[in-house]
Design a protein around this ligand. Sequence first.
Ligand code: PNS
Length: 166
Amino acid sequence: MSRPSPIVALYPGSFDPITRGHEDIVRRGLRVADRLVVAVARVATQSKKALFTVDERVALIQDVFRGDDRIEVMAFEGLLVDFARARGAHLVIRGLRAVSDFEYELQMAQMNQELWPGIETIFLVPEVQNSFISSSLVREVAALGGDVSSFVSPSVLEGLHLKLER
Ligand code: PNS
């Protein structure tokens, strides 16, 4: 397979909301790609009850990475591989926090490979202090009044407070 240049990577997910763990993966992704598209899924494979709308999630992510023109944030619907093809992206980046993530990630990577052989998935590992952070735990802890300020950016924290009306 010929190698595209510059390398455009997709970092897809639900990002409800973006956490310090996701930010870590974006930074690492930019070590292997020249440009990175953070792709916010309108429909996720493991659907969960959403706190933020997709447009709110996109706005929060744009806020976090404002000023870095290597990063683009977009919502997508339909198959990830169709979106990747349309964007000229041959690389998908996903974070792996623990062994428990692996089975789901492997299945998705292999399904995507089957759907479009032009796609490659690479897994990046967050720093240890970010590896327990997940959007679902951030939502839960914030909803129960816990302090999540070290798990999300200040603008996301403000978004959480506004959403939870505190
Ligand atoms: O953050 P998440 O919820 O684990 O992200 C999952 C996501 C959005 C990457 C996955 O559900 C996805 O790619 N959805 C798009 C629809 C699609 O292509 N489904 C087949 C994937 S194998």
